[in-house]
Structure formats: C-alpha cells, structure tokens
Design a protein around this ligand. Sequence first.
Ligand code: NAD
Ligand code: MG
Length: 342
Amino acid sequence: MTSDNADRSRRLLVGGMSAGLVTAFASRASAQEGGAAAKPAAAAASTPAEALQDPTTKYPKPPFPAQTQEWPGLASKMDPKPDHGEESYKGSGRLAGRKALITGGDSGMGRAAAIAYAREGADVAINYLPQEESDAKEVVALIEAEGRKAVAIPGDLRDRDFCNKLVEDAARELGGLDILVNNAGRQQAKESLLDISDEWFDWTFKTNVYAMFWLTKAALPHLKPGSSIIVTTSVQAYDPSENLVDYAMTKACGQSFTKSMAKQLAPKGIRVNGVAPGPVWTPLQPSGGQLPEDIPQFGADAPLGRAGHPAELAGIYVLLASNENSFATGQVYGAVGGHGGP
Ligand code: NAD
Ligand code: MG
C-alpha cells in the first residue's frame, strides 16, 4: 500500500470514530509504521478543544429557593434542577459490555452513574422506590437512548427478601452482573438525639447498612474477577454533623465495609471502593436530609462556594468500575468541594 492509500484508508477507518479514538488510533498507527510524527499531530489538531470550566461558577451558588418535598423527593421537582450529566456526559467505551446494578438509580448520584455507565457501554439495572417511578422512567429513557439495556426494578431495600430478588432479577435480565453500586440512602436531619425514635433509627440502618450487606451477599456468587463493588459513603463518615447522628453512623459503616470487603475480595479479583460526596444538590436534601431552614444556604460553606451536582461525580463511579483503575481497592474517593477527604 502506498503511503497515500494508507492515509486514505486510515481516514476512512477513523471517519466514524470519536475524536479521542482518532488520536489514539493515529498515534498507534504512526508508532507501528515507525513513521515521522506528523500524523498524530495532524489528528490531534482536529480534536476540538475542551473549554476550561471554572468550578466556582460552573453551577448556581447559594442561595437556593426555599423548598421542601415529601420524602423521598423527585429530581423533577427541584429548583434549580440537578445536573446528572444528561446533556454533558461523554462516554468513550470504558465499560463496554459491563452489567451494572445501581440502587437509588432514579435520581442524584445513582442517576448520574446510570447515565455515565450507559454512555460508557454498560447495560444498567436501577432500583428505586415506587413513589419515584417518574424519575426512574426518565433514566430508563436515557439509558435506552444509548442503545443499552435498561432494567427498572422498584422496591423497598429494607426488606431482605426483596434485596435478594433484586439481585437475582437484575442478573437474569442483564445476563450477568459485574458492577454493584450500593448507593440508595436515607438521610433525615434531627436536631436532637431525643427526636430519633427506635423506628426512625432502624429505618436509617436498614436502608443504609442492612441493604448494603444483603445486596452484596446476594451479588457475590455472580461477580467474576474484574468485577467492582462501589459504595456511596459520605463526608459524614469522617466529619459527622450534629444533626445527622444516625445517618453519619451508617456512613461510617459504609466506609468500614468498603475497606474490610476490599481485603476479603482482593484475592478473588473483585475490587471494592467508595465515593464520599460532600453537599450535592439531590432530592434527598429538600425531602428531610437538611432542616428546611438550611436549604437556601446548602453547600455555601464548601471552599468552592456551592453545592455540587451529581454530574460532577459521575466520572468517579466510572473510574472505580473500569479496568484502568485495577490497582485501586479499599479506597474512598472524596468529592466534597474542598474540605478534607476521607
Ligand atoms: P437521592 O434522593 O437522589 O437518592 C437516594 C435514593 O435512595 C432515592 O432515589 C431512593 O431511590 C433510594 N432509597 C431511599 N430509601 C430507599 C429504600 N428504602 N428502598 C429503596 N431505595 C431507597 O439522593 P442522593 O444524594 O443522590 O443519594 C445517593 C447516596 O448519596 C445516598 O447514599 C446518600 O446518603 C449519599 N450522599 C449524598 C450526599 C448529598 O449531599 N446529596 C452527600 C453524601 C452522601
Ligand atoms: Mg430518588
């Protein structure tokens, strides 16, 4: 093949590739040919520049409009609307063919992870509560728009039998399971310990701790080497607030579970990592996660000066599940807006 023909077939071949793949392909082709470096430079020049984004002004700063919602809340009713990456997340095949179950996948961090996973090539099952069907439908449509399989399984994670069934149904519908994201959570602010009833305490622990235990146990027989378990913990695990006592205790459990299970499962080639968000604008907050008077200034004390949006954490959930992160297990990745990390 003459070098002109080689150039033309390379151009035809890369016509349908993303900019990133074009650059990667051109670099590899040039290296294989031992050729001069001109080609990769030309390809790189065609890659559109990614504009710098100032994280202090990327999203609205407090004050937020005062608002409350009945628990568990809907993303669609929040003002401003949270950004889950619907318009912005760009995939590049990092999770091609993977099969993920995400709890709390209808909204917040779970929705951001679901969108990102689908755009990275994964099929995704989401769990949520029946009251959240309208949010869940939007996520299903977004996953299917990527040509990926979406499985919607509503139900209450406080029920052990439901947790077992959820994992079995997800694995059957997806044809396997290799990513489990324990993300669903219950957070209700209470000013005094005296305001936390046994029933309330149990509700928080069943949702945030028992469900993680039951789901992970049920998932283990399905997980092959290379699989990932991801736990959404919190800044509350290591810097607990005075009005989130029960919740913060459960998040410390999540952090501990991440680290012990990482050691237990490392010899099996299964990685376990956590994500510790700081203040993020999700329905959990105006539906009782914060005292109503704290909503307008939610996130204002973060060094970045604002609350985060779920889309800003999507890349962490992708990284933790992907092969490129294969030496990281037992880690908790913080996204707290500038305060100290886990
Ligand atoms: P979110 O309200 O969007 O998501 C929480 C989800 O939990 C809900 O959508 C709901 O589907 C699910 N859920 C709650 N109780 C359930 C139950 N009994 N059965 C089944 N599902 C149930 O809010 P989010 O902030 O994205 O929360 C996701 C995770 O992030 C939670 O674990 C939360 O503790 C954690 N987190 C949030 C923040 C924040 O500021 N938003 C900060 C740190 C950690
Ligand atoms: Mg929700």
